[in-house]
Design a protein around this ligand. Structure first.
Ligand code: IMP
Ligand code: MG
Length: 183
């Protein structure tokens, strides 16, 4: 994607690698959720790209819902403080729920969300995350489906932003120092 090229330091995961991984994850999910009434929940905004692409590899009747939570803002460090900005439209009671995340970094956001969602009594609650940062999770999390374990670097693309930009990059990459523009 030329528009962003001067800002990108390196490509960490290519468009092809992501596509192949989502086929693999979708196939597993299809097998695991046969005969259940699966509800995919995406955490906005980051998960919208993964959600759209992953869902098209899940060969089951599906419903979708979205939640928005406060996250980094324009900075690149997690605060651990999670605020629900948009709640779900669906009732979770008796549903098989799969929470779709772009990235698990400290895991604090996810931990909060899982606790919040579990309280709504779904039949099952699992997580599918495209990326997980290696070894720095501050909390123990049991992630059923993980695409890639990546080094502890700030990444953009495939839904992930820096200051709301780069979400439409078709791959996952790191930014050159100059692209942070003094933030
Ligand atoms: P966590 O609570 O530290 O696991 O991360 C919360 C959220 O921060 C994620 O869902 C992302 O939206 C965002 N985030 C974490 N790491 C990165 C990154 O490397 N690039 C862009 N956003 C990130
Ligand atoms: Mg997110």
């Amino acid at each position: 994607m030329q528009a962003y090229e001067p800002d990108i330091e390196k490509i960490l995961i290519s468009e092809k690698e992501i596509a192949a991984k989502l086929v693999e994850m979708g196939t597993r999910i299809t097998q695991d959720y046969r005969d259940s009434n699966l509800l995919l929940i995406g955490v906005l905004k980051g998960a919208f790209v993964v959600m759209a692409d992953l869902a098209r590899h899940i060969e089951l009747p599906l419903e979708f819902d979205f939640m928005a939570v406060s996250s980094y803002g324009a900075a690149t460090k997690t605060s651990g403080v999670v605020r629900i900005l948009k709640d779900l439209d669906h009732d979770l009671e008796g549903r098989d729920v799969l929470l779709v995340e772009d990235i698990v970094d400290s895991g604090l956001t996810l931990k909060y969300l899982l606790k919040n969602l579990a309280a709504r009594k779904p039949t099952s609650l699992e997580v599918a995350a495209l990326l997980r940062k290696r070894g720095i999770q501050q909390v123990e999390l049991d992630l059923r489906y993980v695409g890639f374990d990546i080094p502890n670097e700030f990444v953009v693309g495939y839904g992930l932003d820096f200051a709301e930009k780069y979400r439409n990059l078709p791959y996952v990459g790191t930014l050159r120092a100059e692209a942070y523009g003094g933030v």
